[in-house]
Design a protein around this ligand. Structure first.
Ligand code: FES
Ligand code: FES
Length: 181
């Protein structure tokens, strides 16, 4: 009887995170979120549901927001990510970070890094003219219409993938609105 064939269960790969290349050996089942937190020590991105439902793990992948709990690290060799650690720091916070503090947009803070990364991605999407479910533009006009106007309804809809169990939603919208004005 033949012995079972050995198959590789991990690979060496490089993730570019906040401008720094990190080469790691990761299990093929490891998500980008797990590699960020457990191998790179970047614990700003949070694990809430681990199923793409809550947005706590949101990062920017090549500038677009993504749930890092749904991304297999092995499938992202060479990719570039921005995490909350890359948005700003105490010395030079991102305008959204300042607005979140100013507007008291968090209680426990568990969702906040995901909210911030999502908001950064969302502002870029709106600025590029991408419509949301509530954008009241005829489809044919969307491409030529330029940046989408960010009403509170638009902000709520566009941020609806980020759950806040503390219910800080009104203040989160206030903070994002401050940055868009
Ligand atoms: S932990 Fe990724 S969406 Fe909830
Ligand atoms: S501030 Fe607690 S979950 Fe959002």
């Amino acid at each position: 009887m033949n012995s079972p064939q050995r198959t590789a269960t991990s690979s060496t790969l490089t993730l570019h995170v906040n401008g720094t290349p990190y080469t790691v050996t990761a299990d093929h089942r490891a998500t980008v979120l797990d590699v960020l937190r457990e191998q790179l020590g970047l614990t700003g991105s949070k694990k809430g549901c681990d199923h793409g439902q809550c947005g706590a793990c949101t990062v920017l992948l090549e500038g677009r927001r993504a749930n890092s709990c749904l991304l297999l690290a092995v499938a992202h060799d060479g990719a570039s990510f921005t995490t909350v650690e890359g948005l700003g720091d105490e010395e030079k916070p991102h305008p959204l970070q300042e607005a979140f503090v100013e507007r008291d947009s968090f209680q426990c803070g568990y969702c906040t890094s995901g909210q911030l990364c999502s908001a950064v991605g969302m502002l870029a999407e709106a600025s590029a003219g991408h419509p949301s479910h509530v954008t009241a533009r005829p489809a044919l006009e969307r491409a030529a219409a330029g940046p989408a106007e960010l009403t509170r309804e638009e902000i709520r809809e566009r941020m609806s993938g980020n759950i806040c169990r503390c219910g800080a939603y009104p203040h989160i919208v206030d903070a994002i609105e401050d940055v868009t004005l």
